[in-house]
Design a binder for this molecule. Structure first.
Ligand code: ADP
Ligand code: MG
Length: 441
């Protein structure tokens, strides 16, 4: 379906033309016409499928075509789970309403409350907010939502995961009048909590489910390598950075400590790196994200904090240094690549401790992920056959060779990974080297 078929206001068509998109993605093709009729919407589709425009276009269209209910209150409120995502949504919104009389503000946790209060006094038409901070402003009576025409929840499942249920209810109650339209987007609609919240917030919604969150994402190629221990993982990681053509990469890891440690390790391989974890201040986190999206450094090492919402087209590779426990997190992590029609590679390192999480991922995806090996870096670990997961830290001894002596040489940065400008031409498909000569373990 072409965007020109949507019957959008000519001013919106004009500002939208800056994006250069002609064809709507499937979720856009199905959600936009429904939302434009004024009906409530319950929608899901996989990451990177264009949900942001699927709600922003009908929201802006609504302002162009309908009168405000009241003069002062925000007309559209967009709630998103994280600051990073909020900023991306806000940037897209700003592009679409640039040069119009419509104004917008960003309301994020961790930033100056009084400044936000002042921004509310300017009566913005659009508010993009994280739920906790938005609820705080409502409580303080800094803003009222009696005139709210459209409430949009982006990544509702994630907001619930993050414990925003009470804030969402408070916001819903503050805007609970007949003429409100609600658009509810979630990666999954199968979750009970998501369903309950959807029932509370929506009135006779149209359901639009495009595939399932766990459907195979054709733009993301999955690669799995079995590993014996930490040193082995690091040697593999080094090998990949040494031999692959990488534009930008995110390395996901389980713990905050690991983000710092790995970022330091990577920088000894002549890579420009940054790390992100929940211990950092909000401004520290923002700066890292901004720098990464501007290409100031090439490798971001992060906990699952960066696994949702982030949309950086030049992320050509995602590395799972370990396998996350909730299987859907794996889908969110790997969904940071293969965006906007670009191809991406996701490379997962599976050690004995990751094995059961990995099996859960396969179960969740409903397919097996074949493993590969690198010559010279083959694992002795071949998986665990016992049915039930052992205690958290128990090592499945039978399948690991004796721990390799701690003689793992620091890999020498012989060839440097090649980074390209943020353009598509720079992308080269994943290829494995013919021979591994610089690491003999
Ligand atoms: P989601 O929220 O579903 O994960 P986003 O809305 O973040 O996905 O969109 C992912 C990327 O795809 C963004 O870079 C966006 O600009 C781009 N995009 C959105 N719609 C289209 C389209 N119709 N054609 C091409 N690219 C698109
Ligand atoms: Mg999104």
């Amino acid at each position: 379906m072409l965007f020109s078929e949507f019957d959008l206001d000519s001013r919106l068509i004009n500002s939208f033309s800056h994006f250069g998109y002609e064809h709507a993605t499937e979720i856009q093709a199905r959600a936009i016409p429904e939302a434009m009729t004024g009906k409530d919407l319950l929608a899901s589709s996989k990451t990177g499928s264009g949900k942001t425009l699927a709600y922003l276009l009908p929201a802006i269209q609504r302002l162009y075509t309908r009168r405000a209910l009241v003069n002062r209150d925000p007309r559209v409120l967009i709630l998103v789970p994280t600051r990073e995502l909020a900023k991306q949504v806000f940037a897209t919104l700003r592009t679409l309403i640039a040069g119009t009389r419509y104004s917008s503000i960003l309301v994020l946790g961790g930033e100056n409350f009084n400044d936000q209060h002042k921004n509310f006094q300017k009566d913005p038409h659009f508010v993009v907010a994280t739920p906790g901070r938005m609820a705080d402003h409502l409580k303080q009576r800094n803003v009222f939502l009696e005139g709210l025409e459209m409430l949009i929840l982006d990544e509702a499942d994630r907001m619930l995961d993050l414990g925003f249920a009470a804030d969402l209810r408070a916001i819903n109650n503050a805007a609970n009048h007949r003429r409100r339209q609600t658009l509810f987007f979630s990666a999954t609609l199968e979750d009970t909590e998501v369903n309950e919240m959807a029932q509370e917030l929506l009135r006779e919604p149209v359901r639009v489910a495009v595939g399932h969150g766990q459907d195979e994402h054709l733009d993301i190629k999955q690669h799995v390598y079995l590993c014996d221990h930490l040193d082995h993982k690091q040697a593999l990681l080094h090998h990949f950075f040494d031999t692959l053509t990488i534009k930008q990469a995110i390395v996901f890891t389980a713990t905050k400590q690991d983000t710092v440690r790995l970022a330091e390790l990577l920088s000894t391989w002549d890579l420009t790196t940054g790390s992100l974890n929940g211990d950092m201040s909000q401004s520290g986190r923002s700066k890292v994200m901004d720098d990464f999206s501007r290409g100031k450094f090439n490798v971001l090492v992060s906990t699952d904090l960066a696994s949702r919402g982030l949309d950086i087209a030049s992320v050509s590779h995602v590395f799972n240094f370990d396998i996350p426990k909730p299987a859907e997190e794996f889908v969110h992590r790997t969904g940071r690549t293969g965006r906007a029609g670009f191809k991406g590679d996701a490379i997962s390192l599976v050690g004995p401790k990751d094995w059961f999480n990995f099996k859960e991922v396969e179960e969740y995806l409903k397919r097996t992920l074949p493993t590969s090996t690198i010559e010279g870096l083959e694992p002795t670990f071949t998986g665990i056959t016992q049915k039930r997961a052992p205690q958290k830290d128990a090592k499945p001894k039978a399948s690991i060779k004796k721990k390799a002596p701690k003689t793992q040489k620091k890999p020498t940065a012989r060839k440097k990974a090649v980074f390209h400008e943020n353009d598509q031409q720079g992308f080269e498909p994943f290829r494995l080297p013919k021979k591994q000569t610089d690491q003999d373990g």
